[in-house]
Design a protein around this ligand. Structure first.
Ligand SMILES: *Cc1c(COP(=O)(O)O)cnc(C)c1O
Length: 432
């Protein structure tokens, strides 16, 4: 046997192998609070690392452009069936390589080049693919945008109605990357219908909550619904586009050959495994804990003197105003100070931010990843106190040393990937 087919990666490529081990260790030894991240199960990881990566399967189950697709058909059909069962949608396409591609396929289906769209402003919580000038959505379509009310920091639906009447979009895009409150899809549906627009709801962040009924579903109100599969839904990196049956053929054509070539069958296999997990009763318990943890974390941070944008959270994430008009530190400084004690967050603009996006007044925190590790409200109180102490005294070596020790203690209580975790080797963590 040729050792091409037998050598372990540790022998075949020591550089990459060590980096993979370091990354597993970084994830296990730190506190992951990036709201768009999560930890997949060992089963999902295994499905991704399979020989399905070798397979070309352009087309759809039963209608492929290549031979040898009988097992690819099994996994893709299972992924489709499970997605439909989870969300109650009429049609699902599981091939989009990412959330951005899932959205691109819908825009290609619903619009002609140059048509008017209406999306949520990026600096108020929207996403690049909802009309940012540097993104395909802003390059190829005319864009109008809506945002949140200055006082409540929540979506201003009356203003959205007014902007919709003024801009007359062909597609209204809702859903967000940094919006901590419940989105009223029924109301947005009424607004869209009142101006003759179709709707795309992008539930990339909240899909896991929607899956178990802990956030109202957009499916009854929207022609198109898209999501990523790797955020609260806790699957592999990827996208999913759903639609009403009348658009099914067009949407499938938009994904392939419109936007993509061959599907990533190994990733679709992992999506199927994750969707299977989402259909288990334990997934609802998990999502309930995600919400309880987010509330506990937001409360602790508020008690610690930080300002929570919109006054709280209804979902898995919160925006924390760490700058507070100059009383605190910038989002950029907070991200860096927290990174140094192995707490991972991202800086984020807050609505009506006075700082540039690369500096920002806020940080965005989410609880999906820590909840997957098994943490509960009492642990969130510890995490929140650590964060508040670092932001209060970002330069104090004493505070840093204490928090580093507390992070190590807390993470040690919630081990992950025991079959993949290798201690020692390099000093990637302490070097950060
Ligand atoms: C994360 C996200 C996406 C994009 O997902 P990628 O997989 O990174 O392309 C799209 N829309 C929203 C609202 C998101 O939060």
């Amino acid at each position: 046997m040729n050792n091409f087919f037998t050598a372990n990666i540790s022998d075949a490529d020591p550089l990459i192998s060590a980096a993979i081990d370091d990354e597993v260790r970084r994830q296990a030894d730190g506190l992951e609070l990036i709201a768009s991240e999560n930890f997949v199960s060992e089963a999902v990881l295994q499905a991704m690392g399979t020989a399905f990566t070798n397979k070309y399967a352009e087309g759809y189950p039963g209608k492929r452009y290549y031979g040898g697709c009988e097992f690819a058909d099994v996994v893709e059909q299972a992924a489709i069936d499970r997605a439909k069962q989870i969300f109650g949608c009429e049609h699902a396409n599981v091939q989009p390589h990412s959330g951005a591609q899932a959205n691109m396929a819908v825009l290609l289906t619903a619009l002609e080049h140059g048509d008017q769209i209406l999306g949520m402003n990026l600096s108020h919580g929207g996403h690049l693919t909802h009309g940012h000038p540097l993104n395909f959505s802003g390059i190829n379509y005319k864009v109008a945008d809506y945002g949140v009310d200055k006082e409540s920091e929540q979506i201003d639906y009356d203003e959205l109605q007014r902007i919709a009447e003024e801009s007359r979009p062909k597609l209204l895009i809702c859903g967000a990357s940094a919006y901590p409150r419940t989105i009223d899809f029924a109301r947005i549906g009424e607004i869209a219908r009142s101006v003759g627009a179709k709707i795309m709801a992008d539930i990339a962040h909240i899909a896991g909550l929607v899956a178990v009924g802990l956030h109202p579903s957009p499916i009854p109100h929207c022609e198109f619904v898209t999501t990523t599969t790797h955020k609260t839904l806790r699957g592999p990196r990827g996208g999913l586009s759903m639609c009403k049956e009348e658009f099914a053929k067009d949407l499938d054509r938009s994904v392939f050959p419109g936007v993509q070539g061959g599907p990533l069958v190994h990733v679709i296999a992992a999506k199927a495994v994750a969707f299977g997990e989402a259909l288990q009763p334990g997934f609802k318990t998990y999502q309930q804990q995600v919400l309880a943890n987010a509330k506990a974390l937001a409360q602790t941070l508020a008690d610690g003197g930080l300002r929570i944008v919109s006054g709280g959270t209804d979902n898995h994430l919160m925006l924390v105003d760490v700058y507070m008009d100059g009383k605190g530190i910038t989002g950029k400084a907070a991200e860096k100070a927290l990174d140094e004690v192995h707490i991972t967050v991202n800086k984020n603009t807050i609505p009506f931010d006075t700082q540039k996006p690369f500096v920002a007044s806020g940080v965005r925190l989410g609880t999906p990843a820590l909840t997957t590790r098994g943490m509960k409200e009492a642990d969130m109180k510890i995490v929140g106190e650590m964060i508040a102490s670092i932001i209060r005294e970002p330069e104090s070596e004493e505070v840093r040393a204490k928090v580093r020790k507390d992070v190590a203690e807390l993470t040690a209580k919630f081990p992950m990937y025991p079959n993949r975790y290798k201690s020692g080797q390099t000093e990637a963590i302490s070097a950060s």
